[in-house]
Design a protein around this ligand. Structure first.
Ligand code: BV8
Ligand code: ZN
Length: 242
């Protein structure tokens, strides 16, 4: 795979690289993305309807079962070459910040150290009322909080909920100060995550997109690498080593 020499030079001279990933980087680990139709039992539901506080209030068991199903998928998934290359890039660049919209924990399992989780993490669940948080997904659908007795819920950000302040503030800050921004495996449709690459471009950073398909961002980036993250990232890393 041949890459523009200007991209290679930019990577080799970058002082601070930001990488922002979406569901597409976990596609090659067998985790269905949001754009792909939900498989089997869940085909009739739309994630944007299930991943909401209203859906949980209306039907806590349905929403809990959906997440328990997804957590099962995630637990049997392994990081792919895209995840591991990003972990390797952490050593390569003077400074690298990884931001993810994913809740599957695969970046951490691939060895990435500081992962900015914009939308939470399926490994954890939290109380829907108090600040109890745990990695134990107890019995019950949903289980109840040992502290206050309210329902537990997955520790993920639902539509209409604010993102964790520390995570989004850090993401906004590094997007405005980095010199190279990668947007990998995201349809760039969900806000405020979709705003990060725009901020980077407005702040003068070079922007790269890795995606087999076009997105609303594609026309604005400096380098649009068309293809899958699991193939492009290892090839890019190899070219850097030459
Ligand atoms: C909020 C966790 C406000 C749960 C998720 C304007 C401004 C601000 C907000 C809004 C706005 N307009 C609308 C909103 C509301 C909403 C929103 O953005 N709606 C959309 C529909 C327009 N945003 C919110 O509600 C956010 N909250 O704004 O709060 C607020 C502030 C203060 C006080 C109160 C409220 C919260 C959004 C977070 C929702 N939670 N996840 C869960 O996982 O169940 S979102 C979830 O969907 C994911 O985390 C991810 O973010 C999103 C899916 O997007 P992608 O990751 O991009 O995945 P997708 O399937 O779409 O695309 C995959 C891509 O990969 C494709 O492009 C494909 O081509 C590519 N691909 C496929 N294979 C590969 C590949 N790429 C590389 N390699 C491959 N092999
Ligand atoms: Zn509680």
């Amino acid at each position: 795979m041949i890459f523009p020499s200007t991209l290679i030079e930019t990577m080799q001279t970058a002082q601070h690289i930001v990488i922002s990933t979406g569901a597409g980087i976990s596609a090659e680990s067998g985790i269905p993305t949001f754009r792909q139709a939900q498989t089997g039992l869940w085909a009739q539901y739309n994630p944007e309807e299930l991943a909401t506080p209203q859906a949980f209030r209306r039907n806590p068991k349905l929403v809990w079962d959906w997440y328990a199903w997804r957590r099962g998928l995630v637990q049997s998934a392994k990081p792919n070459a895209g995840h591991t290359t990003i972990a390797q890039l952490e050593q390569f660049a003077p400074k690298l910040t990884l931001i993810t919209q994913n809740v599957d924990n695969l970046h951490q399992e691939a060895g990435s150290q500081n992962v900015v989780e914009l939308h939470g993490n399926l490994r954890r669940c939290k109380c829907s009322q108090c600040d109890h948080i745990t990695t134990e997904w107890g019995a019950g659908t949903p289980p109840v909080c040992p502290t206050c007795g309210a329902f537990l819920r997955p520790d993920v950000v639902w539509f209409g909920e604010p993102l964790p302040a520390q995570a989004i503030n850090h993401a906004l800050e590094v997007s405005q100060t980095c010199d190279l921004f990668f947007s990998i495996g995201t349809s760039t449709l969900i806000y405020p995550a979709a705003h990060l690459p725009v901020l980077a471009l407005q702040s003068g950073a070079t922007a790269v997109e890795i995606n087999p398909n076009e997105t609303p961002l594609t026309r604005y980036v400096d380098f649009a690498l068309t293809g899958s993250a699991g193939e492009i990232l290892p090839a890019l890393y190899q070219t850097l080593q030459r």
